[in-house]
Design a protein around this ligand. Structure first.
Ligand SMILES: Nc1ncnc2c1ncn2[C@@H]1O[C@H](COP(=O)(O)OP(=O)(O)OP(=O)(O)O)[C@@H](O)[C@H]1O
Ligand SMILES: [Mg+2]
Length: 253
């Protein structure tokens, strides 16, 4: 299984929601060994999954190779789902990667972890700086949550252009419509214009992930939003990957 980056330069579009729930679906429904690596110094995924760092600067120390990722990785309350937690030391992640000045640092760290996991999910911070370059080199696939609005779609096109221009179009970038409300005309029209794109509906129950400190599937698995993430996971599970190229969905064969 690949390393999937949940990434969009725009903030607040559902990267963390998708990262946590996709990781949950892979671990719980498919019993995959999953690692969620929280690369966002805000630590939202880390908080939801009840994660704790060993020391306040550990997340940065992993990137500087001062400590081994294994020291920081710990199991969560979800069977098969491990967490590499974020902390405040990676709040300026672009500056850290610029200072390290190693284009493939993230990719090499991930290569070292791959043998332990079937799937690695990266919860990425917003922005299109040095972190985006590292993520593009490390990930096999980028899933970009977008709210069906003009501004959100602009940031998605900026991401595609960035990958095309600086990374020769690899890895592939898949859009995922999130916070969809079909009562809104702009949402309906956007969805109709791109009918193949996965759709995750808006639901108030998603907000409880923070207070419950659980993925949505753990407390509301039958909601349309949880089911939409589950469906997306099953689609991803069927993708055939050759290096960083997606050949085709293999229809489960
Ligand atoms: N499908 C949804 N329905 C309802 N609320 C949602 C949905 N997806 C995300 N949210 C809410 O929207 C807010 C932003 O989501 P989230 O934190 O996942 O975005 P993000 O892209 O990770 O943000 P940031 O760029 O700050 O890391 C959160 O309060 C989250 O609970
Ligand atoms: Mg986030």
């Amino acid at each position: 299984m690949p390393t999937i980056a949940i990434f969009n330069p725009k903030g607040g579009v559902g990267k963390t929601m998708l990262a946590v729930n996709l990781a949950w679906a892979a671990a719980t429904i498919s019993k995959r060994r999953v690692l969620l690596w929280d690369l966002d110094g805000q630590g939202a995924s880390t908080f939801i999954l009840g994660g704790k760092g060993k020391r306040h600067d550990a997340a940065g120390a992993v990137l500087y190779r001062d400590i081994d990722p294994d020291v920081l990785i710990h199991p969560t309350s979800i069977p098969h789902l491990d967490l590499l937690p974020a902390d405040a030391s990676i709040r300026s992640l672009d500056a850290i990667f610029s200072e390290i000045d190693k284009d493939n640092r993230l990719r090499k760290l991930i290569t070292g972890l791959e043998k332990h996991y079937d799937l690695i999910v990266l919860d990425c911070p917003p922005g299109l700086g040095a972190t985006a370059d590292q993520v593009a080199r490390a990930a096999d696939l980028v899933l970009a949550p977008i709210i069906p609005s003009t501004l959100s779609r602009r940031s998605f096109h900026a991401l595609r252009e960035f990958i095309d221009r600086h990374h020769k179009g690899q890895p592939p970038v898949y859009p995922v419509f999130n916070m969809v409300d079909r009562r809104r005309r702009e949402h309906r029209e956007t969805l109709d214009a791109d009918p193949g794109c996965p759709v995750i509906p808006m639901a108030a129950v998603v907000e409880q992930m923070g207070s419950r400190q659980l993925p949505l599937g753990a407390y509301a698995p039958r909601t349309p939003t949880a089911r939409a993430v589950e469906k997306l996971w099953h689609t991803l599970e069927k993708l055939k990957l050759d290096g960083k190229k997606i050949l085709s969905p293999d229809g489960g064969k």
